[in-house]
Design a protein around this ligand. Sequence first.
Ligand SMILES: NC(=O)c1ccc[n+]([C@@H]2O[C@H](COP(=O)([O-])OP(=O)(O)OC[C@H]3O[C@@H](n4cnc5c(N)ncnc54)[C@H](OP(=O)(O)O)[C@@H]3O)[C@@H](O)[C@H]2O)c1
Length: 246
Amino acid sequence: MMTAVVLGGTSGIGEALARELAAQGLNVVLAGRDLAELDARARDLEIRYGVRAWSRPFDALDFESHHDWLESCEREIGEEIGGVALCYGVMPSEDEAAVDGSLTRHMIEINYSSAVSILDRVAERLRDRGKGFICAITSVAGDRGRASNFHYGSSKAALSTYLSGLRVQMARDGVSVVDIRPGMIDTKLTYGLPGLMMLAKPRRVARDIVRGIRGNRAVVYTPKIWWLVMFVIRMLPDFIFRRIAL
Ligand SMILES: NC(=O)c1ccc[n+]([C@@H]2O[C@H](COP(=O)([O-])OP(=O)(O)OC[C@H]3O[C@@H](n4cnc5c(N)ncnc54)[C@H](OP(=O)(O)O)[C@@H]3O)[C@@H](O)[C@H]2O)c1
């Protein structure tokens, strides 16, 4: 039975993905900072789905620990990891990010720098085996800089570009790399935000992620309608785009 890691196991999307993976019969490692919470969730997965599940500490900002994180995870649980899904991230408000440089730096470190740091190491290990998957949650916000959230969006665009290059490189080694671009999802991240539209449930996203991994897709917009929405937004000429309050 394959074992998958969910980095950010306490996130709304990460929790739903862990459930979906377990429902499909995969063993799951829930990784994050709140070990008590992750442990409770791991036990729940074992009882509900009859798979094995573990909790492991992971702090995105503890860059030193990334170097042999996967190796020590495999050693501790006694299983080979078949794939890693990166599901953590932060989104400060645009107004705060624009005036508080430390908040923006923190966001970039979590959403982009730490992702590159851990995924480079994961890629190294999976490459040696010639199989497996990497997937990471970026966002439709990375498709085009909008006045309402371009600080956050640019951290996701950077991650998408990284994943695009990694995908090409890893394809030669039999490892798939999937870029998951959700629209607006009903989680802690969006709770109470104004102007939410087409809010989707994390469960829906989780199903699309698993389908994307199984289908070895490059980019997955979820829910699917966001592909069309973002296609139109990307195509708008600048002189029109500037006049629309997005
Ligand atoms: N919700 C949306 O509408 C939406 C749309 C597009 C993309 N996304 C992206 O999808 C991903 C998951 O979003 P979500 O809505 O599910 O998030 P969420 O429920 O708000 O959870 C955020 C997660 O990030 C983790 N985290 C924060 N700092 C961390 C650190 N230093 N080390 C390790 N973990 C850390 C949190 O862990 P703790 O529990 O320890 O704080 C939590 O698990 C994010 O990358 C987000 O940008 C979300």
